[in-house]
Design a protein around this ligand. Structure first.
Ligand code: GRF
Length: 202
């Protein structure tokens, strides 16, 4: 069975979409663990309700300490790490050790409105300020940069002149809940490979 670890920081609606996809057999995977960098993340409750093992990581005393702590937990235990609303940046050994085996979901059409400091409602504020007519979400592999890895799945939504950042965020979140399970399915069924910086179907 294809094993995944899900990393979270917040409410965990994306985690829930993975749990639901496993339960309704869209995904043939097992969620081995949920790891949070925030003790109070509601995502942890969602995991506990389903009997999924949870961990809270806290190391902040060196640049890659948090990532190293996570690596110790996941090493040898999972095939894929899924960042589902995980707000810390992974760095150091884990990126190499899990090359093309870490995915992240970002609530914009990368390469727009992404990179350092671009998370949460800020992404949608920037998109509205810029005046884009479409936005969306991107699932991508994680590399050494911030939101720079090869793109696996993108989904678009229209942007209306009456939108507030919060309304746009909600519209995009609906698509995130489809995009993330779709990307996990492609990887777990060996349907894609990475060529240079492009993800191609095999
Ligand atoms: C989502 O918009 C995700 O793209 C972003 O953080 C939000 C978290 O959602 N990175 P949730 O915790 O999965 O509900």
């Amino acid at each position: 069975m294809f094993k995944i670890a899900v990393l979270v920081s917040g409410g965990g609606t994306n985690l829930q979409s993975i749990i639901d996809s496993v339960e309704n057999e869209y995904l043939n995977c097992s969620i081995e663990m949920v790891i949070s960098n925030r003790e109070k993340a509601y995502a942890l409750e969602r995991a506990k309700k389903k009997g999924i093992k949870t961990y809270v990581v806290s190391k902040k005393n060196c640049k890659s300490c948090l990532s190293d702590e996570i690596l110790k937990i996941v090493d040898g235990k999972v095939d894929l790490i899924v960042l589902a609303g995980f707000l810390a940046i992974l760095e150091g050994k884990i990126i190499q050790k899990f090359k093309n085996r870490i995915v992240n979901i970002h609530p914009s059409l990368i390469p727009a409105f992404c990179g350092k400091g671009m998370y949460g409602v800020k992404v949608h504020e920037s998109a509205l300020e810029y005046g884009v007519k479409v936005s969306g979400c991107t699932v991508h592999f994680v590399d050494e940069g911030t939101d720079t890895g090869p793109i696996i799945v993108q989904k678009t939504v229209p942007v209306y002149s009456s939108d507030t950042p919060e309304i746009l965020q909600k519209r995009i979140l609906v698509q995130e809940h489809k995009a993330l399970p779709e990307a996990i399915k492609l990887i777990s069924e060996n349907k894609i490979k990475v060529q240079e910086r492009k993800v191609v179907t095999v």
